[in-house]
Ligand binder design. Structure first.
Ligand code: LMR
Ligand code: SF4
Length: 512
């Protein structure tokens, strides 16, 4: 198996940079369903464009390259110890080459290992099979959508849907609720894998395994086929839309699996995957380790570029665009309203979990009056001259900063907070009081945004690790949508309220 390590490396690069054909087709179908000119349609063109850029640049589709999870099937006698070592080496190499972000963090100290290796990372599962070849499958599922996974324990009362019993209709309610509770925070429109039964651990595992199914396959179990069809036919009525902007398409795929349970337990586990549904696999010759075939049709058979260009040109005319240069004044902010598209030029600072916690009781390393803070943990690369370059830089889920954001806006005079998924009431009140705005960027569009960062002016807090450091970035043409303004309006609050009302309409029993 001389080529095994190299083949795993190729698999990692392909998975991170080239979205497979079945996922692309689902995104194209969503694009066709959305009304032209809406925020969701605009976001889907940016997403399509980003998929195309990632393929061309051979760079991560999304900066969060997730928890690398490998499932290996090998013939009896294959040396799993050697294979595991080579998988770890391939992961470290792909990280060094900026195909994966440094994503392995010590849970007690916060230290980033820098090579994606550490206790529990990556995840590697082996299973023997009776074939001669070796199959290696990989999923790169990011943290934002992982945070939206949810597990239900039946029977229970589900908000909006009432009693959910230990039957198919109870399961139906769990699944609908799981989509509702994710809102746009897991970068909708998403794909869900559902595991019925098992214990808490195997239930989630089963759910995640469903994400390895092909988007267009048909469930061999008749009840589950009906359930999947029902969910696909009804989830979009929630109106959450791309990134939670409201729209026709909220769900791109639903796959349900079942296993036995204990008499006392009845779990329904849901693994929520963002649109950046990165999973691929290879079949390897077990003598040479060479790739014989890809498990999922590779991306280039479904080009994304024409779609993106055509859509962008029709939509441009229909939205109000405001160009802002940092530092931004209160007056400029007060003019903005939910729905406006803002283009930012000038310096932008990244900051996420570690920085927000730090700033609560420390000074900032530089003047943040009028500043734009970007919730982002980029993939960065240093060139031979020691200069940093942004390789992938989409937004991260902002709600995690809710406990801090309002105070920090006021303490430092920040005017624009950029992220995704929206923020809560405390931040909304601070935006109103101080004169600030929340801008929703398109989650996962890491290549699209990386191109807006023309120069890295500096970095603070490298001790937090690359994703958590505060990067100071010279920015040109960074586009995002105002979803929370300084007048107390929040698109997120509205969509959540509307989708809850729509969820409640699906209360009636369907499977009896
Ligand atoms: O960690 C990130 O960069 C993003 C994360 O996957 C998120 O969706 O919040
Ligand atoms: S930022 Fe969005 S697209 Fe990227 S991993 Fe997180 S949820 Fe997925």
């Amino acid at each position: 198996m001389q080529q095994f390590q190299q083949s795993v490396y190729k698999l990692i690069v392909e998975t991170s940079t080239n979205l497979p054909a079945d996922v692309r087709e689902a995104i194209q179908a969503a694009k066709a369903q959305e009304d032209a000119g809406t925020r969701s349609a605009l976001s889907l063109s940016t997403i399509a464009n980003n998929i195309h850029m990632a393929e061309c640049n051979v760079s991560p589709i999304c900066q969060d390259t997730g928890m690398p999870t490998f499932i290996i099937h090998c013939p009896v006698g294959a040396n799993q110890i050697v294979m595991k070592k080579q998988i770890l080496a391939a992961v470290a190499q792909a990280t060094k080459d900026s195909k994966l972000r440094t994503n392995s963090v010590d849970s007690l100290t916060g230290a980033n290992t820098g090579d994606n290796l550490g206790p529990g990372t990556p995840v590697v599962h082996f299973e023997q099979w009776e074939k001669d070849d070796v199959e290696v499958k990989l999923i790169l599922k990011g943290g934002g959508c992982e945070n939206k996974n949810i597990q239900y324990s039946l029977p229970m009362e589900i908000e909006g849907l009432g009693k959910a019993g230990r039957d198919l209709d109870g399961i139906r309610k769990c699944i609908l609720h799981s989509i509702y509770q994710a809102q746009g925070q897991g970068c909708s429109a998403g794909f869900i894998g559902v595991g019925i039964g098992g214990d808490r651990t195997t239930g989630y595992e089963l759910a995640k395994h469903q994400l390895f199914r092909h988007v267009d396959d048909v469930n061999p179990i008749e009840e589950l086929r009906q359930l999947e069809d029902y969910i696909m036919g009804n989830a979009n009525s929630l109106g959450i839309g791309t990134m939670g902007f409201g729209g026709q398409v909220t769900l791109l795929g639903c796959k349900v699996g079942v296993m036995n349970r204990l008499p006392a337990s009845f779990f329904v586990s849901v693994a929520y995957n963002c649109w950046a549904y990165r999973r691929q696999g290879v079949l390897l010759d077990s003598n040479s380790g060479d790739i014989k075939e890809w498990v999922y049709r590779t991306g280039e058979t479904v080009p994304m570029n024409q779609q993106a260009e055509a859509a962008a040109s029709t939509e441009k005319a229909e939205r109000r665009e405001v160009v802002l240069q940092t530092p931004i004044s209160e007056e400029q902010i007060r003019e903005l309203r939910v729905g406006d598209v803002v283009i930012i030029n000038g310096i932008m600072h990244t900051g996420r979990d570690a920085l927000h916690k730090y700033l609560m009781d420390h000074d900032a390393p530089l003047d943040l009056n009028g500043a734009a803070i970007y919730h982002c943990g980029p993939v960065m690369a240093k060139d031979a001259n020691g200069e940093w370059h942004v390789k992938a830089a989409g937004p991260t889920t902002s709600i995690r900063e809710e406990p801090y954001q309002g105070d920090i806006i006021k303490k430092f005079g920040i005017r624009a907070v950029i992220g995704k998924g929206g923020m809560g009431a405390k931040t909304l009140a601070a935006l109103k009081e101080h004169g600030g705005v929340y801008l929703n960027a398109i989650g996962g569009a890491a290549q699209y945004y990386a191109e807006c960062f023309k120069k890295v002016e500096g970095v603070d807090f490298m001790e937090f690790g690359i994703p958590e450091a505060m990067w100071h970035l010279q920015t040109e043409g960074f586009a995002a949508i105002v979803t929370m303004d300084s007048h107390g309006n929040s698109l997120h609050a509205e969509v959540e309220k509307d989708s809850f009302a729509k969820l409640a309409q699906l209360k009636e029993t369907v499977f009896s």
